[in-house]
Every structure is written in C-alpha cells, then in structure tokens.
Design a protein around this ligand. Structure first.
Ligand code: ADP
Length: 263
C-alpha cells in the first residue's frame, strides 16, 4: 500500500510516499510553496520516481499552510499533528519538537505515547523564522545552505539586539560597514533566531528528547545556538524538513488501515 503526504509550505513544497506505513519509498522537495508550481512539481517527482500515477496512491493527505487549497488530497491535517507523527517516526524518543519553517515557528510537546500534549506558536513576526535567515542571507549574499559553514567559523558571535527583522537588517548592514567579520555576523544571526524560539520552548517546558523540524533545522548554526539557549541536546535528522510530509503519509496509512479493519 502506498500513501502520499504533501506538505505545502510558505516557501517550499515537500512530498513523501510511504510504503505500507513503514518505509519511505520516495521523497521530493521543491522550492516554491502555496500559490506556485512548487506543489505540482514536488508531486510529479514522486510519480516519476515510483513510475506511478495519482490513481495508484491508496491515500493522499495534505498538510502545511496551503493544505486547504490542494483539492487532490482525500484529507487535510494540521502541521502540528503531522510534525508530531513525522518526528516520532524518525526519532522515536522525541518529546519536544521545535519546528522552524519559512514564516512561523512552533514548539510542540508530546505525551509519552506520541499524542500532542501542548504547543506554542509564533506566526506574527518574521524574527525567529526562516524568513529572518532568508533576508539576512540575501543582504550578506550568502546562500542559505552556507550560513552554517560561516557560523561554525565564528570565534565571537556578533550581538543582534533588534527584535524586529527590518531593524535587524539595518543593524547587520551597519556591522558590515564597521568591518565586522562575516562569520561572527552570521553566528549572531543564527543565535538571534535560536534565542527567539528558545523563549517559546522554555515557556512550554523542555522535556527531553528535543528535536528540530522544518527547513531551519538544516542549519547547524541555529541548532548549536538552540542547544546553548535551552541547555539540552537537540536531535537532528537530515529528513527534518520532510517531517510534516512524513506525518501526513503516516496519517493516510493509519486511516486506511483502520477503515479496512472496520474501525
Ligand atoms: P515552509 O514549510 O514554511 O515552506 P520549511 O519548513 O520548508 O518552511 O523551511 C523553509 C526555511 O528553511 C527557509 O525559509 C530557509 O530559511 C530554511 N532552509 C531551507 N533550506 C535550507 C538549507 N539547506 N540550509 C539551511 N536552511 C534552509
């Protein structure tokens, strides 16, 4: 049985095809989220890699910011539930999930059986989200995937005191003008995102094991700064950006299995 999870985000579309609820048969990640060709491109990659067509999928479940506008899905499920399911599938001991995406950040705590216990979210301000990193990478003319390399070279991270992205942008430009080392500026930018989200984590309570999900989890500079800010190791998987799509595919599998059992 094949189930497809489609995570339509604000910046990126992610798909995962799951075989019999246990193995990832194919995955895709395409730049471009809601309102772009990203979702159809990501889905097409899955069908090409599996040699399948839409009718071959036993279930299609959508999640993410754009889930309600994706009408090919048989069901839509919240990102919170999907990230919880996906994180537990890859990292079974996780109790706290820190999801930082392109336009928001969420912290989710789980019951020991994996059900969601509580969550906190910042979707009001770009600081503490991937958007902050995207803006800063653009000013520094560094690719988003290279930020971690710069951060790792820093000996004295710069302090970014502005809590607003627009003011922080001016602060970074003046640091550049003063000749501050780029590695130190990047480390300061990563710490700024981590510290903003760490405040949410502390409000919710840090129950180990902790992991990061979403695209910003790929940035080791933010992960290390997060560990320092919350005082606890942060687990990481290279599939972190796919957790939502994995969770959606798992939900599709669970729904079909329970229907077939008559429950
Ligand atoms: P959304 O679901 O809102 O589109 P994602 O969870 O896909 O968000 O994360 C997107 C964010 O992840 C981007 O804004 C960017 O800052 C960050 N990101 C994406 N790819 C990388 C990478 N290779 N290294 C570091 N950060 C990345």
């Amino acid at each position: 049985m094949y189930t497809l999870g489609v995570d339509i985000g604000s910046t990126t579309s992610k798909c995962v095809a799951l075989e019999d609820g246990t193995g990832i048969a194919a995955s895709s990640l395409v730049r471009g989220g809601i309102g772009t060709k990203g979702p159809s491109g990501a889905i097409e990659q899955i069908y090409i890699s599996l040699g399948m067509s839409p009718g071959d999928m036993d279930a299609i479940v959508a999640t993410g910011y754009g889930r309600n506008r994706f009408h090919e899905a048989g069901a839509q499920l919240s990102e919170l539930t999907c990230h919880a399911l996906g994180a537990r599938f890859i990292l079974p001991d996780v109790h706290t999930i820190i999801d930082i995406g392109g336009q928001d950040a969420k912290v989710i705590s789980l019951h020991p059986d994996g059900r969601m216990k509580n969550f906190l979210m910042n979707d009001k301000c770009a600081a503490g989200t991937g958007r902050f990193l995207d803006v800063m990478a653009n000013i520094l003319q560094i690719s988003i995937s290279d930020l971690e390399t710069y951060a790792s070279r820093s000996k004295a991270p710069a302090s970014i005191s502005s809590t607003c992205t627009v003011f922080a942008e001016s602060e970074v430009i003046s640091q550049l003008a003063c000749g501050l080392n780029i590695a130190d500026i990047v480390a300061g930018i990563c710490a700024s995102v981590a510290n903003r989200v760490a405040a949410l984590v502390k409000r919710l309570g840090v129950t180990p094991a902790v992991c990061m999900s979403g695209g910003v989890a790929l940035n080791a500079g933010v992960r290390v700064a997060m560990e320092n800010a919350i005082g606890c190791p942060v687990l990481y998987s290279p599939k972190a950006q796919l957790f939502g799509a994995i969770g959606a595919a798992i939900y599709g599998y669970q729904t079909i299995t329970s229907e077939r059992k008559g429950g």
